[in-house]
Write a protein that binds this ligand. Structure first.
Ligand SMILES: *Cc1c(COP(=O)(O)O)cnc(C)c1O
Length: 214
């Protein structure tokens, strides 16, 4: 299937759910194939690659930073990034607030919650999440609009379902009073289960663009 066909199939299937096409490691020509099929939201996980692609590609692309964040690099993406998904500690909010202020903007972000069984996946524990949520007033140039999570890499759909359901419950409980509107969960292998559990944004890479080398 071509990239254009794949984009249009996902758009039909997902309806209101936002597709973020994860283009990390893929060349600009490939991103442009998706762009010409109407795709505008793209996800990258490395600051340098994200910044280079932002500079080279059409300015109506909405760039999502989905990777682990090194605070010293936030300044490079602060002027243009659409949504920062992986905020997993207070230090990131401090630096994001500072850089957003320098650019005279408010940057939208998501708090990443550790929902997987593997301890290799990043994110806040539920306790850390609750503590951080109570401190958000300290960051006027950061707008936390929801949560992000990655499920365990397993074929057991019950495990994945439980993890996404857990995140959705936290999202509803903490977000209803705060007008949260974005729940970023689901990748190529598990987006269907994520959508069943109320995901609003899915991050799909290899199923659109093919396998990555690394
Ligand atoms: C790479 C990546 C994705 C996309 O993964 P695929 O399995 O290729 O769809 C989604 N989310 C994050 C955080 C990623 O790093």
């Amino acid at each position: 299937m071509s990239i254009a066909e794949s984009i249009s199939n996902y758009s039909l299937e997902l309806g209101e759910v936002q597709l973020i096409a994860v283009s990390k490691t893929k060349p600009e020509s490939v991103i442009m194939e998706a762009y010409h099929a109407g795709q505008r939201h793209f996800g990258e996980n490395k600051v340098q690659e994200l910044t280079a692609k932002y500079e080279a590609l059409p300015k109506d692309i909405q760039w999502h930073m989905i990777g682990t964040i090194q605070t010293n690099k936030l300044k490079y993406i602060a002027p243009f990034v659409h949504l920062v998904h992986g905020v997993d500690r207070k230090k990131v909010l401090v630096e994001l607030n500072k850089q957003a202020n320098k650019c005279s903007r408010t940057i939208q972000c998501l708090l990443q919650v550790h929902i997987a069984r593997e301890d290799t996946k990043f994110g806040l524990s539920e306790l850390e999440l609750r503590a951080l949520v109570s401190e958000l007033d300290q960051f006027p140039n950061v707008d936390v609009v929801g949560l992000m999570g990655m499920a365990t890499n397993t074929k057991d759909s019950n495990v994945i379902n439980d993890e996404f359901n857990y995140l959705k419950n936290l999202f509803d409980e903490l977000g209803s009073a705060r007008n949260w509107h974005t729940l970023s969960m689901g990748m190529s292998g598990d987006y269907k289960i994520a959508v069943e559990n109320g995901s609003t944004h899915v991050r799909i890479g290899s199923a659109i663009f093919g396998a990555r080398k690394e």
